[in-house]
Design a protein around this ligand. Structure first.
Ligand code: THU
Length: 161
C-alpha cells in the first residue's frame, strides 16, 4: 500500500489594498456586478468577472429560477458568455465576489463543485490556467493560480475516448 498526498498553495491577502492594481480593479468589478444577480430565493448575489488574454472584460452573475434547479451560478454564466462572445481567447483571471442581505460578505467563497468541473474543462480547452481571485465585499482575499487545483481527480474528456 502506498499513500499519496495532494496539496496546493494559495495566496492570502488581508484586503484589496494589498493586491496589484489590476487584481484590485477586477475584484471591485466582481463586488459591484453582484447587483445584477437575480437571487430572490437565496438572497445570495454572486458576481464573477474575467479578464481575457486580450484585455477584454466579461461578467457573469447567478440567475435563479422559481424552479430551483434551473438556476445557474455566476461562474457558469460567465464561462458561457466568454466562450460565445470571445471564442478561443484565453481567460487570464476571474474575480469572484458576493453580497447578501442575510449573511455577511466578509470572507472569500470558492466555486461550487459543478463550477469547478466547468472551470477545469475550460482550462483544458484553452490550454491555459485560470487564476482565481476570491473575496467578499470586505475581508481576506485568496488568489489561486489555477482553478483546476480546486478539483483534484477531475473527470475529463480523456476518459471518453
Ligand atoms: N452560487 C454561485 O453563483 N456561485 C458559487 O460559487 C456558489 C453559489 C449561487 C447559486 C445560487 O444562486 C446561490 O449562489 C446560492 O447557492
Amino acid at each position: 500500500m502506498k499513500e499519496n498526498t495532494f496539496e496546493f498553495q494559495y495566496e492570502v491577502y488581508d484586503n484589496v489594498n494589498e493586491l496589484n492594481a489590476q487584481d484590485a480593479w477586477l475584484l471591485n468589478e466582481a463586488r459591484s456586478v453582484t447587483e445584477n444577480a437575480y437571487a430572490p430565493y437565496s438572497n445570495f448575489h454572486v458576481g464573477a468577472v474575467a479578464i481575457l488574454a486580450n484585455g477584454e472584460i466579461v461578467a457573469g452573475t447567478n440567475q435563479e429560477n422559481a424552479s430551483y434547479p434551473v438556476g445557474i451560478c455566476a461562474e457558469r454564466v460567465l464561462l458561457g458568455t466568454v466562450a460565445t462572445q470571445h471564442p478561443n481567447i484565453e481567460i487570464q483571471s476571474i474575480a469572484i465576489s458576493y453580497n447578501s442581505d442575510t449573511v455577511k460578505s466578509d470572507h472569500p467563497i470558492s466555486p461550487c463543485g459543478m463550477c469547478r468541473q466547468a472551470l477545469s474543462e475550460y482550462e483544458t480547452r484553452m490550454k491555459k490556467p485560470i487564476r482565481l481571485i476570491l473575496g467578499g465585499q470586505e475581508g481576506k482575499i485568496y488568489i489561486i493560480k489555477s482553478a483546476g487545483l480546486l478539483l483534484p481527480f477531475a473527470f475529463t474528456k480523456k476518459e471518453l475516448s
